[in-house]
Ligand binder design. Structure first.
Ligand SMILES: Cc1cc2nc3c(=O)[nH]c(=O)nc-3n(C[C@H](O)[C@H](O)[C@H](O)COP(=O)(O)OP(=O)(O)OC[C@H]3O[C@@H](n4cnc5c(N)ncnc54)[C@H](O)[C@@H]3O)c2cc1C
Length: 433
């Protein structure tokens, strides 16, 4: 066999199919139906474990642009999803059983793919391998990963929300570091006593997302959500992530009552996370309650906070920019395990792994898509040094800024799409010729 792919989920199926279509033989290991993760139920491959939506397909969204790029690259799973579409407004939602069945049939029927129903516990570093066992990887594969990446393997996400920098109200925050130590890296959003009291009340009462039984204990042992911390006493978060000590409000010359800090997520400072706001609130509630922070009143959330079970590698530390283990270059990591977040992002990561495995077999250097594409920027994001790394989804905030600032939001998004599609087309042509 030319390549082993471990895991017949979204990333693994996409990678296996791309490699097989390019004329190489693939051994695809899948633990189902012998063994199931706590969320997987179907015997079929490419199982959508929760929602049946692959998110927006509208051009004006990052999800829509991601799909447009995948179409340009000939994505297999997306083509199958389109054949099982159900009405869902601007989103691409699918009839999930039909989708998985279609993918499974095509994978199993492919003359270059041999499916092995087996839980993989190891792989051979000397052979080309794509590890795509997903956020709920089962069996000894976790130990095999740990052996190679040590404590860079995480088992749950506790991500604070991230907002688009261009939607922050800069007249309601100031740039400074606690006690003036630092380079003004943080944006600080002061709250008055009244604002704080109202915020706390809504935070405590806000609706929380349901966790699966298999998630509860592990997640809360690892990190306390801001809403739980808030429920421990009126001042609990004012002595925690919202502590105002070491700050002077530039307008009043006094210490604010409380301070919410924002920290840049990338060097371009196009996106900021809300420091210490790991949360399990429902997405709509995050927008409503965190929007009570005056500087964030009109903020656009490019990623909401999540707390869930998720096996993933600290990719900035362990992966090269092609998503190969730095110390084991025959091993490609794909899907959620590689630090991307979401169904379609996982599919994209499988596709890129597939393309680059094929190029390796052809003795060509691997590809990195242009940074102006969502896929290229996602790869850059997950492999750029980041001490606070958390998995990332597709969003416009990770793209490099446009050459000229466009104030109108719809026109700005359109400009991102036009730039990405133009650059990807040019890139494809440069590869072909
Ligand atoms: C509970 C839950 C709900 C989610 N809901 C959503 C959602 O609604 N929308 C969204 O966009 N994203 C969601 N995600 C995140 C993510 O997009 C999906 O998990 C996605 O399926 C990840 O794709 P993947 O290919 O990385 O892993 P998977 O699709 O999970 O594929 C991994 C495959 O590997 C197999 N496997 C595992 N271990 C082994 C082993 N040792 N040997 C052989 N095979 C193995 C598994 O059985 C599975 O088939 C959710 C994640 C979880 C955990």
């Amino acid at each position: 066999m030319d390549v082993t792919v471990i895991g017949a989920g979204l990333a693994g199926c996409e990678a296996a199919y791309r490699i097989a279509q390019s004329g190489y033989s693939v051994r695809l290991l899948e633990c189902k139906p012998k063994e199931f993760s706590p969320a997987h139920k179907s015997v079929d491959f490419a199982e959508l474990v929760c929602s049946n939506s692959l998110k927006s397909d509208e051009r004006s969204t990052a999800g829509g642009l991601l799909k447009s790029e995948l179409r340009m690259l000939g994505c297999f799973l997306l083509s199958q999803a389109e054949k099982c579409k159900v009405p869902a407004g601007g989103a691409l939602a699918v009839e999930r059983e039909q989708f998985s069945k279609r993918v499974t049939e095509r994978i199993k029927a492919h003359p270059n793919i041999t499916v092995v129903a087996e839980t993989a516990d190891e792989w051979n570093d000397g052979e080309l391998t794509v590890v795509a066992t997903g956020p709920l990887s089962v069996g000894g594969i976790n130990d095999a990963l740990k052996k190679r990446v040590g404590d860079s393997l995480g088992f749950y996400d506790a991500s604070a929300p991230i907002v688009d920098a261009s939607t922050i109200d800069y007249s309601k925050c100031f740039s400074a570091d606690r006690y003036g130590k630092g380079n003004g890296d943080y944006l600080n959003c002061p709250l008055t006593k009244e604002e704080y009291t109202e915020f706390i009340a809504e935070l405590k009462a806000a609706e929380r997302a349901k966790l699966h039984d298999f998630e509860k204990r592990e997640i809360f042992e690892g990190c306390m959500p801001i809403e739980i911390m808030a429920s421990r006493g009126e001042d609990a978060i004012r002595f925690g992530p919202l502590r105002p000590v070491g700050f002077v409000h530039p307008e009043t010359g006094k210490r604010p009552y409380a301070v919410v800090q924002l920290r840049a997520e990338n060097v371009e400072k196009t996106i900021f996370n809300i420091v210490g706001f790991q949360t399990n609130l429902k997405f709509g509630e995050q927008k409503r309650v965190f929007g009570m922070i005056p500087a964030l009143k009109n903020a656009e959330f490019v990623r909401y906070g999540v707390m869930h079970r998720n096996t993933y590698i600290n990719s900035p530390r362990e992966l090269d920019c092609y998503s190969r283990l730095k110390n084991y270059p025959n091993t490609f990591i794909a899907g959620q395990l590689s630090g991307v977040e979401g169904y379609v992002e996982s599919i994209a990561s499988g596709l890129i792994a597939g393309i680059n495995v094929v190029r390796t077999l052809q003795n060509k250097s691997p590809l990195l898509l242009p940074p102006t594409t969502i896929i290229g920027s996602l790869y850059r994001y997950i492999t750029t040094p980041n001490v606070n790394f958390q998995p990332m989804n597709a969003n416009f905030g990770i793209l490099p800024p446009l050459d000229e600032h466009i104030r109108d939001k719809a026109m700005r998004k359109e400009a991102y799409c036009v730039r990405s599609e133009r650059d990807l087309l040019e890139f494809k042509q440069s590869i072909l010729y």
